[in-house]
Write a protein that binds this ligand. Structure first.
Ligand SMILES: *[C@@H]1O[C@H](CO)[C@@H](O)[C@H](O)[C@H]1NC(C)=O
Length: 452
């Protein structure tokens, strides 16, 4: 008996079929249920986001020119379930204010020290403004929390070694996970082997410094934790793998460990907290010629080509009275937020209301000049964190009117096999993706050395 025959013999179905005109005399309730079901299904896959809630953000990526007196624009919207969300935009006029703010020694530090009497007028204005915007007040608190180094974890050796000389030309901040010690080991043995720290130990001139940024392994002992980005701070942690990390630090001295849970969706915290640490607590970068490179721990770097790139940029910037900003890497010029709910990269319109992302540099490999990194650092105090670190940086860049520069010819997002591409690896490649197996990183690096 076929399946259809079987179904047609079930009592309710038999009754239905014995009607005079079963398909025309359709049940009212049946249709109603169907409509409700389809409505829910459409909501589930995120269609309403597209249709009702998404704000247009033109293809040419001009933000709506809405400017508040003080350079900020605050808006709110209601979500489908009536919740109010606040969000903040700031205008390009802030770019000039950032300079002023820097001179005023940054209200950020003043707030930390809680010394309100000494606060310069400009910083005072900023502070009271931030105080009025709940979303920012919460954000600043969260930043303070996640940028706190973990107690008892010693600072990276390089941060004390080069502190006064500020002579490091390039700091590579490798975003690594607590448990990825084997990947870090592979990186130390390969492209980071000539890292400034090692060279200085041998009494040589420093060139570049590799530092690994990690969070905390474990769970929160209290508070909500949860999947929310930018929600916190919560009080304590149960530390996991902490003894291993301490030992690793004692041996290599190249870890920056900060107070956020080390999870995939805390990558933005990792990026921003790492940047804050470098500029605020570990000021070793050469002021004029310094660069920051963010890297994932599955990237293979070719330091020779990296140096060529930096030398080229430095020579160019030497000729400019105000050097151009450098925000460079593998660029994605036009991506839309994923509104399909089952996607790993799903973003609700609550989190990001616009229909396009600004052109962004994929976070696996991002190069910033020191002055550009500083602008990002200051601006990050005004922009609540966003789940994806590359998009977050691009939002800041967009607000600062810094454009991203594509070098996808040399910084590869997709894995390129070494086999058949040895020359590309030798002459062109600056950063290559896809080396999450430590042995594979090492063997490919050896092949690269062999052809160099
Ligand atoms: C990110 O870290 C913060 C601070 O530790 C934590 O409250 C939050 O739950 C973490 N977020 C994710 C998505 O793990």
């Amino acid at each position: 008996m076929s399946f259809l025959q079987l179904v047609s013999q079930m009592t309710p179905v038999r009754r239905w079929l014995s009607r005079k005109n079963p398909f025309f005399v359709c049940d009212f309730y049946f249709v109603l249920v169907l409509v409700i079901f389809l409505g829910f299904a459409a909501n589930y896959v995120g269609i309403y986001d597209f249709i009702f809630f998404e704000k247009s953000f033109d293809n040419d990526f001009t933000w709506p020119p809405r400017v508040f007196d003080n350079g900020f624009y605050q808006d709110h919207q209601r979500t489908s379930d009536g919740r109010r969300i606040d969000y903040v935009e700031f205008s390009a006029s802030l770019t000039s204010s950032l300079e002023e703010w820097k001179l005023n020694s940054a209200f950020w530090k003043l707030e930390k020290e809680n010394d309100f009497s000494e606060r310069p007028a400009f910083a005072q204005g900023m502070m009271s403004m931030v105080g009025q915007i709940p979303v920012l007040r919460q954000h600043i608190k969260y930043l303070q929390f996640i940028t706190t180094p973990v107690a008892d974890m010693p600072a990276p050796t390089a941060c004390t070694l080069f502190h006064s000389s500020k002579s490091v030309g390039l700091v590579i901040l490798v975003k690594s996970a607590v448990t990825h010690s084997a990947r870090r080991e592979a990186i130390r043995k390969t492209w980071a082997a000539a890292s400034a720290h090692t060279m200085a130990k041998n009494g040589k001139e420093s060139l570049y410094q590799v530092l690994f940024v990690v969070g905390v392994g474990g769970t929160h002992t209290s508070g909500t934790g949860g999947a929310d980005v930018g929600v916190g701070p919560t009080t304590g942690f149960t530390y996991q793998y902490q003894a291993d990390l301490m030992e690793e630090q004692a041996t290599h001295g190249d870890l920056i460990q900060l107070q956020f849970l080390d999870t995939y969706f805390n990558n933005t915290a990792k990026t921003i907290a790492g940047l804050h640490y470098l500029l605020d607590k570990c000021p070793i970068l050469d002021a004029r010629n310094g660069f920051v490179f963010f890297s994932d721990d599955d990237m293979l770097l070719n330091m020779k080509n990296m140096e060529k790139l930096l030398d080229g940029i430095r020579a160019e910037r030497d000729l400019q009275s105000v050097p151009n900003d450098v925000y460079l890497g593998h660029q994605f010029p036009g991506s839309k937020p994923q509104r399909w709910r089952w996607s790993k990269w799903y973003i609700s319109t609550d989190e990001y209301p616009f229909s396009w992302y600004p052109p962004y540099i994929t976070a696996a490999a991002v190069l910033l000049s020191k002055d550009t990194a500083e602008k990002f650092f200051y601006a990050s105090h005004f922009v609540p964190l966003f789940r994806f670190d590359d998009i977050y940086l691009s939002i800041i860049a967009h607000m600062l009117q810094i454009s991203s520069q594509d070098r996808s010819d040399a910084i590869w997002f997709d894995y390129v096999p070494f086999e058949g591409n040895a020359e590309l690896y030798r002459d062109k490649m600056i950063a290559a993706h896809g080396f999450h197996q430590p042995e594979f990183m090492i063997s490919t690096y050896q092949r690269l050395i062999a052809v160099s």
